[in-house]
Design a protein around this ligand. Structure first.
Ligand SMILES: Cc1cc2nc3c(=O)[nH]c(=O)nc-3n(C[C@H](O)[C@H](O)[C@H](O)COP(=O)(O)OP(=O)(O)OC[C@H]3O[C@@H](n4cnc5c(N)ncnc54)[C@H](O)[C@@H]3O)c2cc1C
Length: 380
């Protein structure tokens, strides 16, 4: 896709920021310590990047989905964990609010997210309800002007640093998915506690934990949208979120390619650059071609979503499925080109390989994307 000057500028903005502000030494430290630098968080805030996709009337930049995927791809090419901070605010955190919040809720929660003053969490998954999200067991029982929430949410991105979470719980167990409602819950509400900070394979520096709900009383004003509309809200949010995950994976795949090219040009075996072995140069040609195909699919899906095209949701799932699976294979090949050095932490590819892996898992596994796509194609 040939991008207009406006979109090229967005790409350049993200690329310049990431290359200048997130040096490799900083990333190694984040990966080793698990601590995300406050100074970098502040720079993201000051530049308004937590609100790239949030409408201008709520303090954001008002970007569309194409602008967003271009932005995320360039950030992720340098630092995937940083792209998770940005997508946490722009996508999973603000999507449910944009779908269903009242003007008061938008002022109270969305504006501070755009301004980097509040960090949100999206809490759908439970120990017994991952792919089968509608099978969640958390409950919300009405008690006068309040709801009382009980349950446990699992693998929640940013929970330990979040100011509030969108919690999905059942207000009516007899109605299945139609009995799920969404609530905006401040994380300092009595009855909320966190599970352990998960020791993850990658994206170290973005904490992930369970959220435990024990008799958490929230006012009825915390209900997000109507009772029973929570599942639709979550699915709508994930629809768009999947574009962001694909963009994240694409950025890391591009970084893998660049690392592989650099290594192949410098490593010598049998008296020549390994880049001059056709087995290696063809792998690089394949990787670059696959990245280009991913890029076209992703950008096109973003435009379909921006123009409310029919089947846009299915295309978002296609983009997530194809780009994340392809990107993981590219990371595998890029590491292969590094030989044994790829397995050593001194080489950047080792971290890229770990970081990229989660993209085929969260916001719906690859199998779930295939369910979404095939259901749409085979519906009566
Ligand atoms: C780092 C990280 C961050 C996360 N962040 C969040 C977050 O912020 N908020 C949130 O709510 N969740 C979050 N998640 C949860 C994530 O969305 C789930 O892990 C994911 O949806 C899969 O659920 P599961 O892990 O329970 O796997 P399961 O659903 O148990 O799946 C196990 C395997 O079975 C397959 N499978 C399941 N059902 C079917 C089927 N019908 N047909 C074919 N195959 C099937 C799956 O594809 C998978 O391969 C996060 C997860 C991770 C790892």
């Amino acid at each position: 896709m040939i991008l207009s000057p406006k979109y090229q500028l967005i790409q350049k903005l993200a690329r310049d920021f990431a290359e200048k502000e997130i040096p490799e030494s900083m990333q190694e430290e984040i990966d080793q310590t698990g601590k995300y630098p406050e100074s970098l968080y502040r720079k993201i805030t000051d530049n308004g990047f937590f609100g790239i996709k949030i409408p201008k009337e709520y303090g954001g930049q008002g970007g569309d989905n194409l602008a967003y995927v271009l932005f995320v791809e360039q950030i992720s090419r340098v630092s995937m964990v940083t792209s998770i901070y940005i997508s946490g605010a722009n996508s999973l955190g603000s999507g449910p609010l944009l779908n269903a919040a009242t003007p008061e809720q938008l002022e109270k929660y969305l504006r501070p997210v755009a301004e980097g003053k509040k960090f949100p969490a999206f809490a759908l998954t439970e120990p017994g309800a991952g792919s089968d999200a509608a099978g969640l067991q958390s409950s919300a029982v009405r008690d006068g002007d309040y709801y009382v929430l009980n349950g446990r949410k699992t693998f929640i991105t940013g929970a330990p640093i979040a100011d509030f979470a969108i919690i999905y719980a059942k207000t009516d167990f007899s109605k299945g998915a139609k009995g799920i409602s969404a609530f905006i819950v401040d994380m300092d509400t009595p009855g909320i506690s966190l599970g352990r900070n998960e020791k993850k394979m990658g994206i170290i520096g973005m904490p992930t934990s369970d959220i435990i709900l024990e008799d958490v009383r929230v006012h009825k004003d915390s209900l997000l949208g109507e009772e029973g509309m929570g599942f639709i809200n979550a699915m709508k949010t994930l629809d768009v979120g999947r574009l962001g995950v694909a963009a994240t994976a694409l950025g890391v795949a591009q970084a893998c390619l660049e690392e592989a090219i650099d290594f192949a040009k410098n490593r010598k075996q049998f008296g020549q650059r390994i880049a001059d072995f056709q087995a290696i140069s063809f792998m690089i040609a394949q990787m670059a071609t696959q990245i280009q195909a991913c890029r076209e699919l992703l950008y096109n899906s973003a435009v379909l979503k921006d123009t409310n095209a029919k089947d846009a949701g299915m295309h978002c799932s296609m983009a997530k499925l194809f780009v994340t699976e392809t990107a993981c294979r590219i990371a595998h090949d890029a590491l292969q080109i590094h030989g044994g050095y790829g397995y050593i932490k001194d080489y950047r590819i080792e971290r890229l390989y770990r970081d990229i892996r989660v993209n085929t898992l969260f916001e719906g596994t690859s199998q779930v994307q295939q369910i979404v796509i095939s259901k749409e194609l085979l519906k009566k």
